[in-house]
Design a protein around this ligand. Structure first.
Ligand SMILES: Cc1cc2nc3c(=O)[nH]c(=O)nc-3n(C[C@H](O)[C@H](O)[C@H](O)COP(=O)(O)OP(=O)(O)OC[C@H]3O[C@@H](n4cnc5c(N)ncnc54)[C@H](O)[C@@H]3O)c2cc1C
Length: 464
């Protein structure tokens, strides 16, 4: 049955002391509403039990991110967009950034909050496995003051939490101690955006002298609450990752979850996917650890030389090297984005000049080191009909005449005809707009190249 708005009352006192006093005066009567992305779904379905709502949206006390020597304190009212935009969170807690990036769509990310995700207590909530592996603590606030609780154990059963009816979550605290760990996150759902997870994983690991020194794996949608895979962790810790261990880890992981059949998936599917996700994590831990461990330890000049072709700008390469050590893809990409935001126009120009022209096999001498990637990225152009190639060459010349630089587009997975359309459309831009679009394309290309580098798809040394 649909809800009738006149049956509801909503107030917005606008400050934390007034709100906790209200909650204390009538515990359980007033329901806090933050972004409302869960509350309004219940309201629309006529299933919202509370009739009195108190808005905690955009309270300054809940929207801060504080950095201390031991931890980062993320306000419970921070939205997913806030989390995604925060450089330090992206670099040091990439599992949380990843979860934020695949929660709902952009509109949902602008409203949905971390605190709301925790208190809504869905076993499928995307940010919660990350909080488990980062050993998060939550601070709860009421008229009695503040208390800290370990996030592990905060959810006591399906949709049940340790929060008292007169308490709010104020912040979520993540310790720095997992800083150097390799991290891996994956959501398996019907599609990337606007889909609830069938299964999701957040995992951290550290390898030393060829064996897994520490490992933390958490899964969502596989039990009434987000789950740490304690048995699988015990099995893997202290051992070298080989095919026997992968098989055993998959079996152990599938055996320790408590999945259900529901409208999104079956228990059997969830068990199989859980095993596969654990194998994927351990395989990446082994291979990417190898690439990064070696690069992290290289002298500065050699490290710059090796990573330079991913972008082409020396300022970018220096920025990346200064941010070492990296533990995995997520923190590497977050840092690349951060460095990209600091680049000047001349840095971008240097990066643009490292590419051959789209559709041209002949390349300038300066572009030699990124040629292998460009060849892969522009594969579809090479395969295109001669007429399209000629049109591309002509549009490229027009572009260079108009803007005084070569045309940059992230060509991966695009056909020659699509690239030609984009090129023609961008020829209508003014110089400033066009420069920003080219830089954004270059940022995307850099991310794709970094991923390839980690996967050993191109050995940079062979181009020096
Ligand atoms: C279209 C759509 C797509 C979605 N996709 C995803 C998805 O992919 N992954 C996912 O995990 N979730 C998803 N969600 C669910 C939702 O967006 C998240 O759970 C979000 O984090 C909820 O935050 P909110 O601020 O909107 O919470 P609200 O709806 O405001 O509140 C939710 C609950 O938390 C309580 N609450 C909120 N903040 C606090 C606080 N600080 N202290 C105490 N109690 C508090 C409220 O009283 C309420 O009980 C989706 C929702 C929609 C509508």
């Amino acid at each position: 049955m649909r809800s009738n708005p006149s049956d509801y009352e909503m107030i917005a006192p606008g400050n934390l002391p007034a709100i906790v006093s209200l909650l204390a005066a009538e515990p359980g009567v007033w329901l806090p509403i933050a972004g409302g992305t869960d509350v309004m779904v219940l309201y629309a379905a006529g299933k919202l039990p509370a009739r009195k709502l108190v808005s905690i949206w955009n309270l300054p006390e809940l929207r801060r991110v504080e950095v201390t020597a031991d931890e980062i304190r993320i306000g419970a009212g921070c939205t997913y967009s806030d989390l995604r935009a925060h450089d330090l969170i992206g670099r040091e807690f990439p599992l949380l950034s990843s979860a934020a990036s695949w929660t709902g769509g952009i509109a949902n990310q602008n409203r949905g909050t971390l605190g709301g995700n925790i208190v809504n207590a869905s076993p499928a909530a995307d940010s919660l496995p990350a909080l488990l592996v980062y050993d998060a603590q939550v601070t709860a606030v009421s008229v009695r003051g503040e208390r800290r609780l370990r996030y592990a154990g905060f959810h006591t059963g399906y949709k049940k939490t340790l929060l008292a009816p007169d308490e709010l979550i104020r912040s979520v605290c993540l310790p720095w101690r997992f800083s150097g760990y390799f991290s891996h996150a994956r959501k398996v759902g019907a599609r990337n955006a606007q889909a609830i997870s069938k299964v999701c994983i957040a995992a951290l690991g550290r390898v030393a002298q060829g064996v897994v020194e520490d490992i933390r794996i958490a899964m969502g949608s596989v039990a009434p609450v987000p789950l740490r895979l304690a048995e699988t962790e015990r099995l893997v810790k202290g051992r070298a990752i080989d095919s026997d261990l992968l098989l055993l880890a998959a079996k152990t992981a599938a055996g320790e979850i408590r999945p259900l059949d529901d409208i999104r998936s079956t228990a059997r599917y969830r068990a199989t996917v859980t095993g596969n996700l654990v194998v994927e994590f351990l395989t990446r831990l082994k291979s990417e650890h190898g690439v990064l461990a070696r690069w992290n330890a290289l002298p500065v000049d050699e490290a710059i030389k090796e990573i330079l072709p991913c972008c082409g700008s020396h300022a970018w390469a220096r920025g990346m090297v200064a941010r070492r050590p990296f533990a995995g893809e997520a923190s590497l990409l977050a840092s690349s984005n951060e460095v990209c935001r600091s680049l000047t126009r001349s840095d971008w120009m240097e990066a643009f000049q490292s590419h051959p022209r789209i559709g041209e096999s002949r390349r300038p001498q300066s572009a030699a080191r990124s040629a292998a990637w460009s060849a892969q990225e522009q594969k579809n152009v090479g395969d295109a009909a001669d007429a399209v190639k000629m049109e591309l060459a002509s549009a490229n010349r027009e572009y260079e005449k108009r803007f005084g630089r070569i045309f940059i587009v992230c060509a991966t997975s695009k056909s020659a005809a699509e690239i030609l359309d984009i090129l023609r459309q961008r020829l209508t831009n003014d110089d400033e707009t066009e420069f920003h679009q080219a830089a954004e394309q270059q940022r995307q290309i850099t991310g794709i190249r970094l991923r390839k580098w980690l996967k050993h798809e191109v050995y940079l040394d062979s181009y020096s």
